[in-house]
Design a protein around this ligand. Structure first.
Ligand SMILES: NC(=O)c1ccc[n+]([C@@H]2O[C@H](COP(=O)([O-])OP(=O)(O)OC[C@H]3O[C@@H](n4cnc5c(N)ncnc54)[C@H](O)[C@@H]3O)[C@@H](O)[C@H]2O)c1
Length: 315
């Protein structure tokens, strides 16, 4: 199979590319090196993949529809995994227009160009944020109702809706995957674990916002496995990809303390836009894809801390 990954220089995209190559698939990557976080980090992530000489990379902004269409028409991929996007809740409160541009309009471009190029399967990387504030219950796919807390989440919910419109227009297989707080080596520096590790490595204090928060942290290898299973599936559907084992912030801090005994913490009020907690119901992905997360939080965090210590200069 020839698989194009948009956002291929990103955290999830670069891990996915390596896994697909291991599976013997042909991989085409596309990314604009958006400066949301360090471009140097994205180049490092991409380099890990490009070391393999059988990978093609295009530097392209998904908002440049003409260029995107020319690439899609040339490559004629069997499937597109669309991960390019502007992530992060907090920046979306300050600059919502960029989220609408990249995550909604950009997704529309990807869908239209893929449709014109005859792509048969689209996998869209959506987010648990589409569930809004529904704390304390396992979130099932039908529970997303558009009542979200941030422009980031709204842009993902809107993009999901566009996916259905283009599926209707072009008839491709559509899978929407809602990722739950992905972490691991090369994890995004703006997310809690990535940000904490950078500070802890530098001996700096970490900041916790709000109380009683928790996340369904999901190890990167489990997410990649879920995407690979989806690429092999034959039915259009929407799936949660999570671990279904929410971790409270205080539990995350206890785990981190094992690795950084001198850790210093400050507490601040909760921030607008952040939901209190998330908890994925993954029964549909288990049943229909055979998805089974198998990296425990303790083990995943241990591997991530080992990576952070080895790559401290790149954090
Ligand atoms: N990491 C998570 O926990 C998580 C959770 C839910 C959803 N997601 C979604 O999964 C996708 C991948 O997330 P990630 O954590 O790997 O983020 P990431 O920022 O590491 O990767 C996204 C990539 O998209 C690229 N990009 C941004 N704008 C672009 C544009 N206009 N044209 C082309 N490329 C562009 C960026 O340069 C980046 O390399 C995103 O859409 C994100 O919203 C991630």
């Amino acid at each position: 199979m020839k698989i194009m990954i948009t956002g291929g220089a990103g955290f999830i995209g670069s891990h996915l590319a390596l896994r697909l190559l291991q599976e013997g698939q042909q991989v085409v990557l596309l990314d604009s090196f958006h400066p949301y976080y360090s471009k140097a980090r994205k180049h490092n992530q991409l380099e890990r993949v490009l070391k393999r000489d059988d990978v093609l990379f295009y530097e392209c902004d998904i908002l440049d529809k003409e260029k995107l269409e020319a690439i899609m028409l040339k490559e004629k991929a069997d499937a597109v995994v669309h991960l390019a996007g502007l992530p992060g809740v907090q920046l979306s409160l300050i600059d919502p227009a960029s989220y609408l541009d990249i995550n909604v309009k950009g997704t529309g471009n990807v869908l239209a160009c893929a449709g014109e190029a005859g792509v048969k399967h689209i996998v869209f990387g959506s987010s648990s944020s589409v569930y809004g504030e529904q704390a304390g219950v396992p979130l099932q796919e039908h529970m997303a109702n558009g009542k979200v807390l941030s422009p980031y989440a709204a842009s993902k919910f809107g993009a999901e809706s566009l996916c259905y419109a283009y599926q209707y227009m072009y008839g491709f297989q559509l899978n929407i995957l809602r990722f739950f707080t992905v972490y691991g080596p090369w994890g995004r520096p703006d997310m809690a674990i990535g940000g904490f590790l950078r500070k802890l490595q530098n001996g700096e204090e970490i900041t916790i916002y709000g109380t009683g928060t928790g996340r369904d942290y999901t190890y990167i290898d489990d997410i990649v496995q879920g995407i690979w299973l989806t690429l092999q599936s034959r039915d259009s559907d929407v799936y949660n990809l999570g671990s279904s084992s929410p971790v409270l912030m205080k539990e995350l801090l206890q785990e981190l303390q094992q690795h950084f005994p001198d850790m210093r913490i400050t507490y601040e009020a909760s921030r607008k836009g952040d939901v209190t907690s998330t908890w994925a119901d993954i029964s549909k992905a288990k049943e229909k894809l055979g998805y089974e997360p198998n990296v425990s939080f303790q083990e995943g965090l241990r591997r991530t801390v080992m990576w952070a210590k080895e790559y401290a200069h790149l954090l």
